[in-house]
Design a protein around this ligand. Structure first.
Ligand SMILES: Cc1cc2nc3c(=O)[nH]c(=O)nc-3n(C[C@H](O)[C@H](O)[C@H](O)COP(=O)(O)OP(=O)(O)OC[C@H]3O[C@@H](n4cnc5c(N)ncnc54)[C@H](O)[C@@H]3O)c2cc1C
Length: 270
């Protein structure tokens, strides 16, 4: 684990959607699905970014341009240098042959695409539910669709692609009125907006399906020292004990799906 930033040169830039840009760079350490790196633009900021892919030599991060750092990253070109440290955090795990439902929203699709890519090599089958505002905001759709043993279910708020509604509603509908198909899943994985993940957590709990949830909080150090990403008054640092956590643990976090804390530690409702 690389605790201090390495200078890396961007080797590839890919515009995924109007909002999301992927940056590829060679990196000395290997990362697993669910882990994140801290990405630094000198003079701007340093923030956590999920690892969207690791091909054994290079790491990809996929950035949604929403604020200061993410907009600066989205403007980077091939040859530009950024600072990267990590990888940090827990991985998504599965057993050989598991039947997995993945529920992704926002930039959460990137780590789940990476997880699906690896899980199918272990003989797993994946139903991949992917929610967005419109068809334009479904990054990685083309890559998920062509994965072997994977069925892709897009869901859009306006119905412009796939199911009209949320990815969770699409998943619930697919399982049938009486959740007849629920028993086909050994495992659920989710990464995306927290209110979406709370709904996934609730459904998986009700149906008794094991679930892994990515709990993201405002992170600074990335390896459990600064305490910035602690949830409730538990002492649980989501950068180290998470971000990928077992649903049983997540359901004990009172603030999950309700609020998070901003850079000053002030509560912000989701
Ligand atoms: C584990 C983890 C993985 C992430 N992976 C990705 C990813 O793959 N792609 C991606 O685009 N974004 C990812 N993010 C979010 C990213 O770290 C930034 O928060 C986001 O890019 C906004 O930063 P900004 O400087 O552009 O915006 P700002 O102008 O600083 O803030 C915009 C909003 O983001 C929130 N925010 C700012 N910094 C953080 C932080 N360090 N952690 C959590 N929330 C924050 C602020 O409260 C504000 O609501 C991840 C966050 C975490 C915690």
């Amino acid at each position: 684990m690389n605790l201090f930033p390495s200078s890396v040169r961007i080797t590839k830039v890919n515009k995924e959607t109007p909002l999301v840009t992927s940056l590829v760079f060679e990196y000395p350490e290997r990362a697993a699905p669910g882990q994140f790196v801290m990405v630094w633009v000198p003079g701007v900021d340093e923030k956590p970014m999920s690892v969207a892919f690791d091909d054994g030599k290079s790491i990809t991060v996929s950035v949604a341009a929403v604020g200061t750092l993410s907009k600066a990253l989205s403007e980077k070109k091939v040859g530009d240098v950024i600072g990267v440290r990590g990888p940090f955090g827990q991985k998504f795990t599965w057993k050989k042959g598991d039947r997995i439902a993945m529920l992704a929203g926002g930039y959460g699709v990137a780590p789940l695409y990476f997880a699906a890519h690896e899980a199918v090599k272990d003989g797993c089958t994946v139903d991949f539910f992917h929610g967005a505002r419109t068809h334009e905001y479904l990054p990685f759709a083309d890559r998920v669709e062509v994965l072997m043993n994977t069925t892709y279910y897009p869901a859009t708020d306006d119905g412009s692609r796939g199911f009209k509604g949320t990815s969770v509603a699409c998943w619930v509908e697919k399982m049938g009125d009486d959740y007849a198909e629920a028993q086909k899943y050994d495992l659920v994985m989710t990464c995306g907006p927290e209110r979406m993940m709370k709904a996934v957590s609730d459904v998986a709990f009700e149906l008794g399906i094991k679930a892994l949830v990515s709990v993201e909080r405002y992170m600074k150090c990335g390896f459990g020292i600064c305490g910035n990403c602690v949830v409730d008054d538990s002492g649980i640092t989501t950068c180290k004990k998470g971000t990928v956590m077992d649903n049983e643990e997540v359901r004990k976090i009172a603030e999950f799906g309700v609020y998070h804390r901003d850079s000053l530690g002030k509560k912000v409702n989701w």
